[in-house]
Write a protein that binds this ligand. Structure first.
Ligand code: WTA
Length: 655
């Protein structure tokens, strides 16, 4: 926390008028009593029992919060529960067996519906299969799968037998998968032959196979889902298992859900941090599920009758919490879509909303900005009257995009919730309650009840209304990460700071402002993490990929403004004897694609004779960001080599 957050306060405070939630919504909302904020604040931490009450516990917890070993907080200690039981069995037992649990949309005209009964059967069969393959409690199972129903089935099968899952986004490269398998010591992999994008089959299996060649520990079992049929030829080597065959072998089998301690790990998920190493964020069963269910109830307003569509990929935390665990814990119907929003036409999303009578739609600002650019004629082609509530997550949303979403998708009748949270927080943290709070386009809203989010200055003191600072959380919350897998020290160091009174405060890595009503406007990342189209990328991760390219001496990666979006800019200096050639540029871009993911590839590679450094030898990123975005450079007096600045500016212009 040295430099002040580089934030655009003017933009943030360009205040728009508050909009009250529509009466019709408030009347039917799950939460509509304005006293809830105060009720939670005055009864903290016991207020969180209300979230835990949404779950079925195998045995009751002794304490809501155990803070005896800060910051290793524990929630609902002593309680036992099973996440798969909560997301599947109890709805079947309560008479909901024929209700749709998952509605899946694949290629054109390809759909599959899993009722809760179907889900129950397949989760049990796959759980039996995993157990048979040797998966025991606490063994990490890695899931490298596209958006097909077998992914949530596999997650729930793992949860059923108490094996934490580690889902790796299918867009990640073989190298990235290998790193995640190795770091989690994961001996089991469930993957898939491929998936369809824009009507074309994509191979996933070859990436998985390459990763398996790279991993130097023993991956004992690999299970492969046949998604493509004959398209890629589904010939598995004898040591790999076919998912369908496993289900057949275990047809009709039942596996009792394993009672898990509330604090037992439900899953881990690798995300980008401020070092080159992805961090394994671990989530505990009780607190995570309670917050997932509670926020789905209070913010997404879900009821069992509802069809919910969160358009995020399950490979990211948003998909974990709001495609899988939250909606299913409440017994609602969750929608999954394998494809892209503009294929075969730009009305695909609205067609899916229309056909499935979606009640609640939750997506990312990048998507909303694309819809806005394409024009309102696309939503207008469809009947969107089933929609009751809209949500956004992943990046700041500009007021214009917010308004467009509100008017052209919601018809001015659906509240829009702008929800701020992170992989580390497990569930939503800052958002208006749609049945209670007025909305301010562009501002996420007040912290949710029970969440003590605060915007503070460098000394850790709350900023005055109108001020900007660091977004932090002063008290723990149930869905918080428990540690970084295998690295408690990094967890304490990277995620927390100590206040003067010795208390721990969670540091989110975002800059934010707060207004007189306590509404928080999130401005973006202030650490070395980029947010590109709602996807988190560590600058160090990309830099280490680039410096691995022969001929590269040094690299610095920053995010540059590209309209309301962020583009990845790489500044590279070459080794003696190597030219800043087009070929080298291509190799850099390719390498990032191969070692991380195609979406991480730099938009621009700028060659520079040297990178701007402070006297202590640190690359001055703030300056590189300003150059990339064409902003004022500010004070450069701390530079050891100020002469390179002009050269870099010229390189950016000429490139
Ligand atoms: C950003 C995604 C502004 C933020 C759930 C955060 C947001 C990062 C919002 C976490 C929002 C998320 N307004 N920014 N409503 N929601 N962010 O871990 O920078 O993939 O730190 O979790 O996304 O990204 P992650």
């Amino acid at each position: 926390m040295s430099d002040g957050p580089g934030v655009d306060v003017e933009r943030a405070l360009g205040e728009t008028e508050a909009i009250d939630p529509p009466e019709s919504f408030v009347r039917q909302a799950n939460v509509s009593d304005p006293s809830i904020h105060e009720a939670f604040a005055s009864n903290w931490p016991e207020c969180w029992e209300r979230a835990a009450d949404l779950l079925d516990w195998e045995s009751a917890y002794d304490a809501v919060l155990d803070d005896s070993d800060e910051p290793f907080y524990e929630w609902f200690t002593g309680g036992k529960l099973n996440a798969a039981y909560n997301c599947v069995d109890r709805h079947v037992e309560a008479g909901g067996k024929n209700r749709a649990a998952i509605k899946w949309v694949g290629k054109r005209d390809e759909t599959r519906t899993y009722t809760y009964q179907d889900l129950h059967r397949e989760v049990n069969e796959f759980a039996a299969a995993l157990r048979d393959l040797g998966v025991g409690e606490d063994d990490v199972v890695t899931l490298y799968m596209p958006m097909i129903p077998e992914l949530p089935v596999a997650m729930l099968a793992c949860a059923r037998i108490g094996a934490p899952h580690s889902v790796v986004f299918a867009g990640f490269s073989a190298d990235a998968l290998a790193t995640r398998l190795a770091r989690a010591d994961s001996e089991y992999l469930v993957t898939c032959d491929g998936y369809y994008r824009r009507g074309t089959a994509f191979n996933l299996k070859s990436k998985a196979d390459n990763a398996l060649l790279d991993v130097n520990h023993d991956v004992r079992e690999t299970v492969v889902v046949d998604r493509l049929g004959d398209e890629m030829g589904h010939h598995l080597p004898s040591h790999q298992r076919d998912y369908g065959d496993l289900l057949d072998d275990h047809a009709g089998e039942r596996v009792d859900p394993v009672p898990r301690d509330a604090e037992d790990m439900l899953f881990l998920m690798y995300t980008s941090g401020t070092t080159g190493e992805p961090k394994g964020v671990t989530h505990a069963t009780g607190g995570y599920l309670a917050q997932a269910a509670w926020t789905s109830h209070a913010v997404l307003d879900l009821e069992p009758e509802d069809t919910h569509w969160c358009s995020a990929d399950i490979g990211w935390i948003t998909g974990h919490t709001y495609v899988v665990y939250g909606p299913l814990a409440l017994g609602a119907t969750t929608t999954m879509y394998e494809g892209t929003p503009d294929y075969p036409d730009r009305d695909r999303v609205w067609e899916i909303v229309d056909t499935n009578a979606v009640d609640v739609f939750y997506t990312a600002p990048t998507a909303i900005r694309a819809f806005m650019k394409w024009g309102e004629e696309y939503p207008e082609r469809h009947d969107l009257s089933s929609l009751r509530l809209l949500g956004t997550v992943g990046e700041p949303i500009n007021p214009r995009a917010w308004q467009w979403y509100y008017e052209h998708v919601g018809g001015g009748e659906c509240p829009v919730v702008d929800t701020w949270w992170q992989t580390e927080t497990g569930g939503m943290m800052i958002s208006t309650l749609p049945g209670v709070d007025a909305m301010k386009p562009g501002s996420a809203g007040p912290p949710l009840p029970g969440i003590d989010a605060e915007v503070v200055d460098a000394a850790g003191d709350p900023v005055d209304a109108g001020g900007a600072g660091y977004l932090t959380v002063a008290k723990p919350w149930p869905g918080m990460l428990r540690t970084l897998y295998g690295d408690d020290d990094r967890f304490v160091e990277e995620c927390w700071r100590r206040d003067d009174d010795g208390g721990y405060r969670y540091v989110a890595g975002d800059g934010a402002t707060v207004d007189g009503d306590g509404y928080v406007t999130v401005l973006g990342r202030i650490d070395d993490v980029l947010n590109v189209s709602g996807r988190r990328l560590g600058t160090m991760e990309i830099e280490s990929a680039i410096v691995g390219v022969e001929g590269v001496a040094e690299a610095a990666v920053v995010g540059a403004d590209d309209g309301p979006d962020t583009a990845v800019f790489a500044y590279v200096s070459t080794e003696n004897g190597y030219d800043a050639s087009e070929e080298l540029r291509e190799r850099i871009v390719e390498t990032v694609g191969e070692t991380i993911a195609p979406f991480a590839r730099p938009e621009r590679v700028v060659f520079a004779p040297d990178l701007p450094k402070t006297r202590s030898g640190k690359i001055m990123r703030r300056l590189l960001t300003a150059v990339a975005s064409g902003d004022d450079l500010g004070n450069t007096s701390a530079l050891r080599n100020p002469e390179v600045v002009g050269e870099i500016q010229a390189a950016v212009r000429d490139e």
